[in-house]
Ligand binder design. Sequence first.
Ligand code: ACO
Length: 331
Amino acid sequence: MISAQRSVKITGTGSYAPRKSLSNDDLAKFVDTSDEWIFARTGIKERRIADEEETASAMGTSAARVALAEADLAPESVDVIVVATMTPDMLFPSTACLIQNDLGIAGAVCLDVEAACSGFLYAMEVATGLLQTGRYRNALVVGTEKLSSILDWEDRSTCVLFGDGAGAAVLSSDSSDGATVIDFKLGADGSKSDVLSMPGGGSSIPATQDSLAARQHFLKMRGREVFKLAVKVMGQVALDILEQNDIRPDQLSCVVPHQANMRIIDSISSRLGIPIERFFLNLDKYGNTSAASIPIALDEAARSGRLKSGDTVLLVAFGAGLTWGASLVKW
Ligand code: ACO
């Protein structure tokens, strides 16, 4: 039986970044680019690159352990694991199942959510909905990406933008402590699926010698189109969720945006009329880590003391699909 709606709290956050850093200058040694070009167009200075053992599941597990410790929750008390990733260890089984096994959690419900860079917010809403049924009490939500594994290192228009990492949050309907999840607003426009995709490796273009030769197993992006769409949809979904909750932009203490490009974030700041100082930014260090971007930033914002009790925080993202999403959290 589905019980009445109940309050869902974020009781812990965690993140993991591979040790190996690749600066713009390092990249310029093997790609025709420069620190000046990358920094001016994106705001990125460096990104982390996972080694062979640092799979999406391994990084997700590390971030999850930190979040569980912060929440003071034993792994066996986790009922649901939702993982957002577009770079799963493999097409199946789900990365959530692999993380479940790594953490030694028997029996928890496991599923992956694929909404590219909006994935963490999609995963949070799925987990929140499951908790609100009353059938589950604690959920682990993980965003983890090994984007270096799908980048075409000969395509300077994409390989300079992305990095690897993982972030996690524990959500609970069983706790009076923690940050309250207020609302979500998600959306998608599948007619724009071709602006950002990885064509190969699925059932429409399985791996063959031809698909490999045609470089179909790498991320492809029409950057300018993505840029314009991102500015439009991220600004709109942010305004929509504020309006739907009767909150003015100036009442937000902090905005944690998807860390794709500083120019996109600047334009959201202008559209909302919120000074850029109120945005939490770490894309200079990590680049775009897709579904891991928001949970890494949220964890760093929380740990740095940037989020204070009572703060109203806006999370906002866009990604391939196109997908977009926003969430409001009362810290
Ligand atoms: N270094 C040097 N020059 C470069 C590089 C590079 N790394 N990449 C492209 N250029 C060149 C191009 O070849 C082009 O040269 P030309 O004028 O001689 O033809 C010139 O720079 C301008 O290229 P544009 O693509 O027009 O550059 P733009 O100003 O649009 O910036 C960028 C490109 C940074 C990719 C921008 O379009 C962007 O940020 N788009 C959004 C990308 C994004 O956020 N993607 C994440 C999506 S989220 C997800 O789901 C994964």
